[in-house]
Design a protein around this ligand. Structure first.
Ligand code: ZN
Length: 152
């Protein structure tokens, strides 16, 4: 178990030091900003949604190791997913972070499971879920503007 914890720690540090998809997207079809005042984390999430799929996703911001690593892992996890798959992943991740600690079944979340240890530190759970709530907000913004643009 301590081996697993070390691997989790490494994944988080790796994504903190070298965040993936860390840039603004000029072509974004929607974006949202998130703020976690408890820690001071700030994030912007950029989405390119086409054909019911998250074609591209990126983020920018400044925050602690957990919020940055979580955002980085999230972009890798949802890129290419359909909107339904991405929403399911949001709920699955949210359940993992807010579920009871002795609920050993975190499901099959791949690398996202590296953040499962954070649920033992309630004040940091908001750091880990900030990116996901911001992502969801961007998705909903997109849904509101889903009326297709036409040149006719
Ligand atoms: Zn934080």
């Amino acid at each position: 178990m301590s081996d697993l914890r070390e691997i989790y720690q490494e994944v988080i540090l790796d994504h903190y030091r070298k965040p993936r998809n860390f840039q603004a997207l000029d072509a974004a079809t929607s974006e949202a900003r998130g703020h976690n005042p408890l820690c001071g984390d700030r994030i912007s999430v950029y989405l390119v949604v086409r054909g019911g799929r998250v074609e591209n996703i990126s983020f920018q911001g400044a925050g602690c190791a957990i919020s940055t690593a979580s955002a980085s892992l999230m972009t890798e996890a949802v890129k290419g997913k359909t909107l339904d798959e991405a929403k399911a992943l949001f709920h699955h991740f949210h359940d993992m972070m807010t579920g009871p600690e002795d609920d050993g079944e975190v499901g099959d979340l791949g690398k996202l499971e590296a953040l499962s240890g954070v649920r033992r530190i309630p004040i940091r759970v908001k750091c880990a879920t900030l990116a996901w709530h911001t992502f969801k907000s961007a998705l909903e913004d997109d849904a509101r503007n889903a009326e297709p643009v036409t040149t006719e």
